[in-house]
Design a protein around this ligand. Structure first.
Ligand code: CTP
Length: 406
């Protein structure tokens, strides 16, 4: 399920001529599923790869191609389009359009739109490795960044030529996540370091078996993205999950609670804000068996002891940091009271209470409903996609930092 986080946003999408142009169709489709309105402008060479009709159908809007197709209207039209758009994206962007944009050349519809559009602009380059690494493209990329363009770095992978290297257009879902992040970005947390823990921990009792829980890490990864969008240095410490870390975050994978604790302590002096969303396993086996234990053994698992309570330990050395803890509760009656106890016991400023177990479990779901509990307040964030909940939670953190809320 896609989040409806581009509701009300007008996206002007430029498509240029390269083999990845067909992937822009899925970009349009995903932008619309996320609530965005999309208008597409194609270069002449893009139309050699994909028919404009495909974009017209999938965007449900006219496709802009030719500056001089309607001689009486074009001048008004490209300015009107630039005024309509909230953001402009070129995906895929060839080396050629990058060179034009870096130099202010406007010799066709799309390059003219780029020059005429004063709002935020994002390019998702895709090209052959040698073209991407060419000093001219390197120079143009630096210039574009200096001019305020966002760049979605291409991936390293197998290219159309069969060669392997940087230049590959990322998966359209990744590109759309980057577009959404770009649309939500500002610098309110610039200069701040935020440490986020995510996912479960695993406490192995032999080489192949462990104690853990069903956390998938989605909430923590969404938080990392939401924090990164606000310009923070973002450190994501994650237990084993199936997710790709958001771009631009420092990623530290861990397995056990003890490892997670170590990494958090190692970084503690750099941290301004902690968001402890990991579902740390509560217990670990006392003994680790080098060989796989046999199920008819007297005690397959052996004795267990509690894992270190990382949040409590960090909370005790809080200083002037802001700490957000989480509470996973199954008992809805006692949930708020339990969360408040955790707030006090662990030295947190805020506890994000989520419900686990049952039909609306936060574990594994794309959506979440959390209640934010502080010393003096209780605020329910409506059930929404985890990225939207994460952004709302980060907004609350920003308000708290500004002293607007405690
Ligand atoms: N936490 C932690 N270290 C642990 C257990 C939990 O840092 N060993 C953190 C979690 O990341 C979360 C908060 O403490 O931010 C509350 O976790 P939760 O699982 O809800 O509560 P517990 O403290 O484990 O208590 P209980 O299982 O009794 O509800």
């Amino acid at each position: 399920m896609e989040p409806r986080d581009l509701e009300g946003k007008n996206v002007l999408l430029g498509v240029t001529g390269c083999i990845a142009a067909y992937k822009a169709l899925e970009v349009v489709s995903r932008l619309r599923k996320r609530g965005g309105s999309v208008s597409v402008a194609m270069t002449e060479s893009a139309t050699r790869f994909v028919a404009p009709l495909s974009f017209r159908t999938i965007s449900d809007s006219p496709v802009y191609l030719d500056m001089f197709a309607e001689p009486n209207r074009w001048n008004v039209e490209h300015i009107a389009l630039a005024e309509w758009a909230d953001l402009m994206v070129v995906a895929p962007a060839t080396g050629n359009i990058m060179a034009k944009a870096a130099n202010g050349i406007a010799d066709d519809y799309l390059s003219t739109l780029l020059l005429a559009f004063p709002g935020p602009k994002l390019l998702a380059p895709a090209m052959n490795t040698h073209m991407w690494q060419n000093p001219a493209t390197r120079r143009n990329t630096r210039q574009l960044i200096e001019d305020g363009y966002g760049i979605v770095e291409p991936e390293v992978g197998r290219l159309a030529s069969g060669a392997v290297g940087p230049g590959r257009f990322p998966d359209p879902a990744t590109v759309v996540d980057e577009i959404s992040s770009f649309a939500h970005s500002d610098d309110t947390l610039a200069g701040t370091t935020v440490l986020i823990t995510a996912g479960p921990t695993r406490e192995y009792f032999d080489p192949v078996r462990f104690l853990s829980n069903p956390s998938t890490g989605k909430m923590g990864y969404a938080l990392a993205r939401a924090v990164r969008e606000r310009g923070a240095r973002t450190i994501l410490v994650s237990g084993p999950v199936e997710l790709t870390p958001p771009r631009g975050v420092e990623f530290i994978p861990v397995v056990s609670a003890e490892e997670m604790r170590r990494v958090c302590l190692d970084h503690w002096c750099e941290v301004d804000i902690l968001m402890m969303s990991a579902a740390v396993a509560d217990a670990r086996p006392v003994h680790y068996m080098q060989d796989k234990g046999k199920k008819d053994a007297d005690a397959l698992l052996g004795d267990v002891i509690p894992t270190p309570d990382i949040l409590r330990e960090l909370g005790a050395q809080k200083g002037d940091r802001l700490i957000v803890g989480f509470a996973a509760e199954t008992d809805r009656e006692a949930a708020a009271e339990n969360a408040r106890k955790k707030l006090r016991a662990k030295g947190a400023d805020l506890i994000a209470l989520n419900f686990v177990g049952g039909d609306e479990s936060a574990f594994g779901s794309e959506e979440n409903r959390i209640v934010l509990i502080s010393q003096s307040s209780e605020e329910e964030l409506p059930r929404a996609h985890k990225i939207q909940v994460a952004r709302a939670l980060v907004n609350r953190v920003v308000r708290t930092l500004r002293g607007a809320e405690s």
